[in-house]
Design a protein. Sequence first.
Length: 319
Amino acid sequence: MIKHILSLSFILISTGSVAADTAQTASNTVDSFEKIFGVTEGKRRNHTKGFCFEGEFVPNSAAMQPYTNSALFLKEADVIGRLSHKGGNNNAADNKPADYGMGLLINTAAGPHNISMNTLDFFPVATPEAFAKLMMAKTQGSAAVKAFKDSNLDLQRFSAHKANKKKELTPYEGSTFNSINSFYLVDKKGKKTAIRWSFIPSKKQSIVLKPTADFFYENMQDNLNNHGVSWDMVITLANPNDAVNDASIQWVGEHKQLTAGTLNLLSLSSEQDGRCDNINYDPLVLSPGVLPSEDPLLQARRNSYAISFGKRVLEKGAK
């Protein structure tokens, strides 16, 4: 079984048009995460701290049918998800403001459909190579990071945006998660519509317990028990001049939006007891009717996830 999984991971980063240097860029990125945060054996190299949940995705079929025939938007589907802290620290503190991630495996009638998001509004840089250089700079210290930032306009724009955002402690269930990258909806005639999306809390969710370094799980369980936890999937349709293939450019101004469905959370579990730990939330695993954009970061994410997945499976097998 382990050999099969590792073979699949290798295939994901070495087939199609993926060049050897692209695979090396992904490997370098994962190596940098390990140098910055250390290695928690058997765990993800990024978004290391987290827990599992199970739920259901209830689509708004009427709103989506003009744009796509994807099974994702045709009927209710079971979801195996994971919520996490950004970064490779398995002991990241819950009681300090941070960025978070959400991974979803939605079991549609046409097969699995993965969604991988985080709470950033847009990505710090535009290319896998730039991200690898940024992570390498972080391994070398603040002077190296400053030198890279001085040479990269995308990171300068991202840093200015982050500096102006209010920093407040928000639980997973109260956070909005964004696709960051762009995708296409494809209708039955083959017409493509460029989109991004956000999962926005259906209702205000608060911190109801005393914040400690590890209180997010119990806080969410309390909110789930008392009034439920859900997110609305809000799709933003691209305007003609939007940067579809550049995740470092935020779409601003007035846009047409669709409420594509609702993710209802049903139960929580630890990674040890749940079903999310052995899932690789590859963002390019999509149901027919949804296609990736040509944003190079999507393939880079697939490559890095596959490398990280292979490493942690090997580590678990060695125990």
